[in-house]
Design a protein around this ligand. Structure first.
Ligand code: AMP
Ligand code: MG
Length: 338
């Protein structure tokens, strides 16, 4: 296989077919399995299994009203859950498999277990080869979709590697399929098509402009809908350490202030604010794709430094940085609360 130039996906060993078969057996028996996707690692259960879906909520300590995204291998499987209108068909053709979740009106009679109290279903078809293998085998065994939120505790920083899953779930960690470091690093873009107009519920690496280009109409912002999006809570993706977003021009002064007060700080910024040993500095990528890929691993690493405060230099306000800025803002809102 040509793994040559132009492929951004990190190399990984992948899962063997025996491991996939074991994962499918467990899912069909109502147990959970963690698996890699191109966005973050997911904690999966058969979307039609009451025991499996309940285990996700229990292990993640996720509030019960928050619907889960149902993962499918292709459009044909999506049709089991919802009628695919012209907008959905166009977006699926353009972006599936990939980091785009579509919220559609649920077909009457299909399992509502994963859908919170909504009359809708959130559907996503991931591109990660291990997720695709798992979904193909799961559907071949008679299943219809794998409900999967991120494989971490509710409200915390999402996992982008197998080690992160173990760090968060500890003794509750189920079988985890190995898939290397996540390629995108931020959760899927979510577009709601269930309201007669398309609305962006969560920004991700597929941008609003890319969606609008395919739909040939404008997207409403999240304010237009009132969904139960876990990622739409003001505080989410939070570190245990206090985290502050600081404008580039204010960074040097804020660093000096904190150090004067005797605080130990970690700084994630493009240039080293240079204060010697009192400060842990992590260089920030200048480019949004690389930044997103490293976002959660960096927040986790800085959170583990036993510092009093994490200072993150605010990324540019440009549209390509929207997903990253969204996650950082929510991380700041929830940080330090534990
Ligand atoms: P995550 O936090 O990545 O697990 O993404 C879950 C989010 O996807 C939810 O909190 C959502 O609101 C959105 N979502 C999933 N399923 C539905 C649904 N049936 N109706 C509305 N939004 C949904
Ligand atoms: Mg999550």
């Amino acid at each position: 296989m040509n793994a040559g130039a132009g492929t951004a996906a990190p190399a990984h060993p992948g899962a063997g077919s025996e491991q996939i078969a074991e994962a499918v057996r467990r899912l069909r028996a109502g147990a959970v399995v963690a698996f890699p996707t191109e966005t973050v690692y997911g904690l999966g259960a058969d979307a039609e299994s009451a025991a499996g879906v309940a285990a996700i909520y229990r292990i993640k300590r996720r509030p019960s009203g928050h619907p889960l995204i149902v993962h499918v291998p292709d459009r044909a499987s999506a049709e089991y859950w919802a009628e695919i209108g012209p907008r959905a068909a166009a977006l699926m053709a353009a972006f599936w498999p990939g980091p785009l979740t579509l919220v559609l009106t649920r077909r009457p009679g299909v399992a509502a277990l994963a859908c919170g109290n909504e009359s809708t279903v959130g559907l996503r078809c991931p591109s990660h080869p291990v997720a695709r293998q798992l979904l193909a085998a799961f559907v071949a065994s008679g299943g219809h979709g794998i409900a999967a939120p991120s494989a971490n505790l509710f409200g915390r920083v999402s996992p982008t590697s197998v080690a992160h899953v173990f760090d968060d779930l500890g003794a509750e960690t189920p079988l985890v399929l190995e898939g290397g470091d996540s390629e995108h690093g931020v959760e899927s873009t979510i577009v709601d098509l269930s309201r007669g107009f398309p609305a962006l519920l969560r920004p991700g690496s597929i941008s609003a402009a890319q969606i609008e280009e395919v739909l040939e109409e404008p997207l409403e912002g999240p304010g237009a809908a009132a969904p139960r999006v876990a990622g739409a809570l003001a505080a989410h993706y939070a570190t245990a350490t206090a985290l502050e977003l600081v404008a580039p021009e204010a960074l040097a002064q804020r660093v000096a202030q904190c150090l004067e007060r005797g605080e130990r700080i970690a700084v994630w910024s493009q240039r080293n604010p240079g204060a010697g040993a009192a400060l842990t500095w992590e260089p920030a990528p200048m480019e949004p794709v690389a930044y997103a890929r490293r976002l959660y691993a960096t927040l986790r690493r800085l959170d583990a430094q036993s510092v009093n405060r994490i200072l993150v230099e605010e990324p540019p306000a440009a549209a390509q940085w929207l997903a990253v800025r969204d996650r950082l803002g929510r991380a700041q809102a929830g940080a330090g609360a534990r």
